[in-house]
Design a protein. Structure first.
Length: 328
């Protein structure tokens, strides 16, 4: 059965200075081949979030998030994907407006559809040191500016439980009403399923307590694979323009050298019903799989505007971060 097309959530502007990553080519039998491209070295060079800023033909501009915590460490970098060229990484400088701060432990990144250069990033809460928080970030001229931040709903008593770390946050704009929705998820762990929630979302809200509207009850998700040794049922999540849910799952043995394994799934649909988000997760359909032989821990996914391709980003700990252009 032919796979349904997933179309990208939209394009936002990014500065011309960026990262270069080789994209896919065709093999002799016509099958598309892609190569993982390194976009960061070592423990501070992983990709924990990924968003497509602009795509024109085979040239793709993107932004990556890094889950670093210490002062002076990179939080985000711009990315350009050009066939036949080696990766070139440029980390973004940070500027926080009054009342905001430079975020720590960013675990997900998404564009805000219809608002060029604007992104949402979510922090996990750094093992209970602060509430999981959503940041609105403007990227321009080599600088990332935090415009506002708001705590995730329902995290008032968050105390750093590893099974409740938040690693996915996506923004969707309903085609018919143009209203914004947000979807976010805990990563889960082994026998503990990920919990996925959705809410009305206002990126222009005047105050943090106005960012989120009606919040749906949690929907549980368990990845059918990987199924061994510290599974994270959802390591990232994106919503296509038609509401389709694309998510990644990863296995991390808590050893910085791995081996890691990952899979990407289509797993449901988000709709707007009577002004409220309605999220339904279905039996997951596998899109791509990377075994421990590949040793890749996918923690970031992004959809391309052609509807046929996506980007995967990895946080491979000691081995840094890599990006792959893949066919859906």
């Amino acid at each position: 059965m032919a796979k349904k097309r997933i179309v990208a959530t939209g394009v936002a502007g990014v500065c011309a200075c960026a990262v270069l990553v080789t994209t896919g080519a065709l093999s002799a039998n016509g099958a598309e081949e892609s190569t993982w491209q390194k976009v960061g070295d070592g423990m501070t060079g992983g990709v924990s979030g990924l968003a497509v800023a602009k795509a024109s033909g085979d040239v793709i501009d993107a932004v990556v998030a890094r889950d670093n915590k210490e002062p002076g460490q990179s939080r985000m970098a711009t990315v350009r994907l050009v066939p036949g060229k080696a990766p070139e990484v440029r980390e973004l400088k940070w500027r926080a407006q009054a009342g905001t701060e430079v975020p720590k432990d960013l675990e997900s990144l998404d564009t805000v559809p219809g608002r060029p250069g604007e992104y949402t990033a979510v922090s996990s809460g750094d093992s209970g040191k602060f509430r999981p928080t959503v940041y609105d970030v403007k990227v321009s001229g080599g600088t990332a500016t935090v415009r506002w931040s708001a705590p995730l709903p329902g995290t008032e008593k968050y105390a750093g439980d590893d099974t409740q770390n938040y690693e996915a946050f996506a923004v969707h704009r309903d085609r018919a009403t143009k209203k914004y929705l947000a979807v976010w998820a805990t990563r889960g762990s082994n026998g503990t399923a990920s919990q996925v929630r959705s809410a009305a979302f206002d990126p222009t809200a005047a105050a943090p307590d106005k960012v989120f509207g009606h919040v749906s009850g949690p929907v549980a998700f368990r990845a059918p694979w990987p199924a061994q040794d510290e599974v994270r049922h959802i390591s990232d999540l994106k919503i296509a323009p038609d509401g389709s849910v694309l998510l990644s799952a990863a296995q991390d043995p808590n050893k910085n050298s791995g081996p890691f394994s990952s899979a990407v799934y289509k797993a449901g649909r988000l709709t707007l019903t009577k002004g409220r988000p309605a999220l339904k997760l279905s039996k997951p359909e596998e899109v791509s799989r990377y075994t421990t032989t590949d040793n890749r821990k996918i923690e970031a996914v992004a959809l391309l505007p052609d509807g046929d391709h996506a980007l995967w980003g990895t946080d491979d700990e000691d081995f840094g971060g890599s990006v792959l252009r893949d066919r859906l």
